[in-house]
Design a protein. Structure first.
Length: 227
């Protein structure tokens, strides 16, 4: 175990939900038009790709919807990571451009593997009496952020996220519920509000990560492998 990881997992912390929403809003406001436009781009891209025949899209041969959307599911982890890439740039007071929203593709494979493996584990957990799946869904909230910010491989990112969040799991459960309600409220506003609430929710989680883990920490990432 690296010294950074050991220090992180032994560090005491509190989950300050109110402060994270304030900080998240401040981050969002710094580049509001960019967040909103990128959310719209993701929505349009999802809609376009869904028109492909299943399983690449979600249309059956007869024109009915059959589920799938394989292409979008493959690229969505890298797309979603763009919110955090930009949020971290803003949090570090560094220049940001709209092209930075596509920065997740620079770490496409570890982000995809993090999403795929964590989703499989969560699905298995949901099948096993539901509670294990909920536990893992909350525990992996920082997994992709560790990949983006600390250049971790997918397994280390998932493991450290689970161990760190596990120390204040119920507080993170509350945070997750509040973020979910925030996004839901956006969809209830004729869907348009989601253009704000979706990126805002990622800014709030980025603020939580900034407070608990820290950005620009001295970390051992010589080969991208964390133990």
């Amino acid at each position: 175990m690296s010294s950074f990881t050991s220090d992180l997992l032994s560090r005491d912390y509190e989950v300050k939900i109110g402060e994270y929403f304030g900080r998240g809003w401040a981050i969002f406001k710094e580049f509001a038009w960019g967040y909103i436009l990128f959310t719209l781009v993701i929505g349009i891209l999802s809609a376009l790709l869904s028109q492909l025949p299943a399983p690449l899209g979600i249309k059956a041969a007869e024109g009915d919807f059959a589920g799938g959307n394989l292409i979008f599911n493959i690229i969505s982890p890298a797309l979603g990571a763009g919110f955090y890439v930009v949020s971290f740039q803003i949090a570090r007071n560094r220049p940001k451009n709209f092209s930075d929203f596509f920065g997740g593709f620079k770490k496409f494979l570890p982000l995809f593997l993090t999403s795929l493996v964590s989703t499989i584990f969560i699905a298995i957990g949901l099948i096993l009496l539901i509670i294990p799946g909920i536990y893992l869904a909350v525990s992996y909230m920082f997994a992709q952020l560790f990949v983006i910010d600390k250049n971790m491989n997918f397994w280390s990112a998932m493991d450290i996220s689970r161990r760190l969040i596990g120390r204040r799991w119920f507080s993170f459960l509350i945070l997750g519920i509040v973020l979910g309600l925030l996004v839901l409220a956006g969809f209830l506003l004729i869907g348009v509000g989601a253009l704000v609430t979706i990126p805002l929710s990622t800014c709030v989680l980025a603020a939580a990560y900034e407070d608990i883990v820290g950005l620009n920490s001295v970390a051992e990432e010589s080969d991208g492998s964390w133990n």
